[in-house]
Design a protein around this ligand. Structure first.
Ligand code: HXC
Length: 515
């Protein structure tokens, strides 16, 4: 055979494999508003950067007439490429081939590219669009999932892991995304559930649509399983590209440095975005934008537990992670969901060398039977654990209220914040003046000739004594009280001098965070 005929044969084999499940299946994919696996990869990666591997993999299942079928690439596309110049490993399940179902060789392909990602210490992106374990392959399909989950766990905290849900992701398949760092969903395209509507109807007699059970909105807003929500696949890819500008390739590196930018202080001026009335709510994202480079802020889990805000920004060109109570939502209280949300983000930042900046304004943990029974003790402890364990630079700014357990939990000096700054508007105390006065002066108020006037007087006394930052500053729990307009300056300096921070922690196999 001449070289020409050999190259011709390669071309033909490639053409056949690149057709995926064929014209009809591709048409069906398009009709449901979805791109194909390769179109997705090309849209996400830098132009001409994608290199595909294992195109000629064949499925290994032979039962149930599977030996008579051809499943090009065994229903998954794998390879490497770059995003904004960052090298990444990627796989995308091809729904046009046997519904993207996961057989033995399909899983082997995914594991191979995951192993590359770990060996080369670069991020892994998985695009999920699959009917789940390939039923005809039985335990080999289950084994495949197990191998993926193991690798997800080993890679956790070493390389960034991104899951993109662009179709069904059902049954045990949902656990790979759940083990990764960021999950992206798209409206009316993503579906995630352990058991679908049919099983729920059979077992429980309850009726619900796929969308209401495990659609994109549900996971972005209610379950908190998704970190980024988009209206379209294109928007989702832009979000991923944006995220990659903030995170490093692996846990030994820092995120890329960008050209420093001044914040847009015309639109986000602290004095105009922070209210003078101490009980008036405000949007803490505007405070973040008032000090962040270019006033840019990539918010994560925007729709879930809105009483805490988390996300990435830059200060002087370097990535930082923000954690901030949101007075606009439930006065910024900590509860089960907001504690989970913040704790996971803090651990991501700590694992990937991203300094943490915490803005504090909260009345404390949310009281109530629901919260107690939902385990607010266990969930609330996660944020304490995550901050205490984190050894990246930790800078805290107390804007207004810092009461009770909330004061301690929001990266106080006691959890080893490197710097705690407080605005003159800060109120640091065991609880709010009203509650405190009612408890400690109960007898005097009750026995007074004019209980209401005495109550007011005692509240005013308590406010005068404790509703300020100076008592905490007098014990050194606050490093300095600063003017709000000086916040960026102090944070910039703190970041500069914590650049080479070294903190030793005691030897242990691993800790036992309150999972
Ligand atoms: C084998 C599958 C499959 C599967 C889909 N297909 N899912 N083949 N195993 N799990 C095949 C179909 O037979 C069909 O093949 C093609 O993919 C397209 O599927 P359709 O049903 O025509 O597509 P659609 O109508 O869009 O429905 C998509 C779907 C549905 C909702 C995902 O296919 C479905 O319900 N599949 C089963 C989902 C499920 O129960 N998975 C859980 C498996 S158990 P042809 O040849 O006709 O094109 C599991 C446990 C894992 O995952 C545990 C890990 C720990």
């Amino acid at each position: 055979m001449s070289i020409n005929s050999k190259t011709q044969e390669l071309k033909q084999r490639m053409q056949a494999a690149l057709q995926g499940g064929g014209e009809k299946a591709v048409e069906k994919q398009k009709a449901s508003g979805k791109l194909t696996a390769r179109e997705r990869i090309l849209a996400l990666l830098d132009k001409d950067s994608f290199h595909e591997y294992d195109l000629f993999i064949q499925h290994s299942g032979r039962d149930f007439d599977m030996d008579k079928k051809i499943l090009p690439g065994d229903g998954v596309v794998t390879g490497t490429g770059t995003i904004k110049g960052h090298p990444v490993c990627i796989y995308a399940q091809d729904f046009t081939v046997s519904g993207g179902s996961l057989g033995y060789m399909h899983a082997k392909k995914i594991c191979k590219i995951m192993d590359h990602a770990m060996t080369m210490r670069m991020p892994i992106i998985g695009i999920n669009d699959s009917g789940g374990a390939r039923i005809q392959e039985g335990v080999n399909a289950l084994a495949g999932y197990g191998e993926i989950f193991y690798r997800n766990t080993m890679a956790s905290g070493v390389i960034p892991q991104i899951s993109v849900i662009l179709g069904p992701c059902a049954g045990g398949a949902v656990y790979s995304p759940a083990l990764t760092d960021f999950v992206f969903v798209v409206d009316k395209i993503s579906n995630m559930f352990i058991t679908g509507p049919d099983v729920i109807k059979t077992v429980l007699g309850e009726e619900i649509s796929k969308e209401d059970l495990g659609g994109a909105k549900v996971h972005a807003e209610i379950s908190g399983n998704a970190h980024f929500y988009a209206e379209s696949e294109q928007e989702c890819f832009r979000q991923i590209q944006d995220l990659f500008t903030y995170i490093p390739w692996n846990n030994t590196k820092k995120a890329d440095k960008f050209e420093p930018k001044k914040p847009n202080t015309k639109e986000f001026k602290i004095n105009s975005v922070f209210p003078t009335n101490p009980s008036q709510p405000y949007d803490v994202r505007n405070i973040i934008k008032s000090i962040a480079d270019g006033s840019e802020f990539l918010e994560i889990q925007q729709l879930f537990a809105p009483n805490i805000v988390i996300g990435f920004s830059r200060i002087n060109g370097d990535t930082v992670g923000f954690v901030a109570n949101q007075p606009n939502a439930m006065a910024g209280v900590l509860d089960c969901n907001s504690s989970d949300k913040a704790a996971r983000f803090i651990r991501f930042c700590d694992a990937f060398n991203i300094p943490l900046i915490t803005f504090v304004d909260l009345p404390g943990y949310l009281p109530g039977i629901d919260q107690e029974h939902a385990g607010v003790i266990r969930h609330g402890a996660k944020i304490l654990y995550a901050y205490s364990e984190a050894t990246v630079p930790k800078i805290t700014v107390i804007l207004r209220k810092a009461y009770g357990g909330g004061y301690i939990a929001m990266c106080s000096a006691h959890l080893k914040a490197d710097f705690v700054f407080a605005w003159p508007t800060a109120e640091i105390a065991v609880m709010g003046p009203e509650g405190a006065a009612n408890i400690i002066f109960r007898k005097e108020i009750k026995e007074s000739d004019d209980p209401e006037a005495t109550r007011k007087e005692k509240i005013a006394d308590y406010k005068q004594k404790f509703a300020n930052p100076y008592v905490a500053a007098s014990y050194g729990y606050v490093d300095t009280v600063i003017q709000p307009s000086e916040t960026r300056k102090y944070i910039e300096h703190a970041l500069e001098i914590t650049r080479n921070k070294q903190q030793n922690t005691p030897f242990k196999k691993h800790g036992l965070p309150p999972f």
